[in-house]
Design a binder for this molecule. Sequence first.
Ligand SMILES: [Zn+2]
Length: 261
Amino acid sequence: MSLPLIEYGRQGKTVDAFPILDAHAHVHFMAGSDVLPLEDQVREMDRCGINVMTVSSILALAADFARGNDLVADAARRFPGRFLGYCHVSAVYPERMLPELERCFANPIFRGIKVYQVGPMYDCPAYDAVWAFAKAHRAPVLAHTWGGNLTGFDKAAEKNPDVNFLAGHAGSGFAYQPYIDAALRLPNFYLDLTYSREHTNMIETMVEAVGPDQIVWGSDAPTFSMTHQLGKVLFARISDVAKRKILGETAARVLGIDLKA
Ligand SMILES: [Zn+2]
């Protein structure tokens, strides 16, 4: 008989009651400096009960997207079934976005697209090709957002109702109302709880307002600890049904992953 999910947190037990899908994590900190070697990352996934991580490479986000995307493919090859990928493209190099997406998606381990707003806002025309590619490939798009500033991501979601948009760090910076408002307005807009400041009642408020079918979870490993990120959901005052959806079922549906396979 499985325990109430809060007990896995209280007792520090591996969550083996259902498969966990991490919808926002990373591999490789920067070129040549593995803060967490992949072997250790997988060992920690096993300890927590995280079956699959969908990752982008921090190297890709920081500097070299092509080499970073190759590192994601490499991680998936070395640990079959444990890592799936987000292909990262940058609007700073608009002419290279589409070729890089084509190159990545030739490999079936890439299931989504990761964007990180450093210059152009998400609703600028440079991203239109990305949304069109996402629609054609049924790939969700995960974006870095922060502090309640959606930087055009909700506008892009509104213009592209056939694409699923995952708003990273929803609720970070103690500002979660803009995320809730966008999710209520747009059924293709998802809240990603990754390292969102877990101040009292944030998850409870989001679940009550939006429902767990529009909320996904990620650890942000290796930049943050898997246990800490997992704990905030296990200890939240929401139903176990909602916890299971947030920790895997919703993301599996959006990313097209059969967790039992
Ligand atoms: Zn991240």
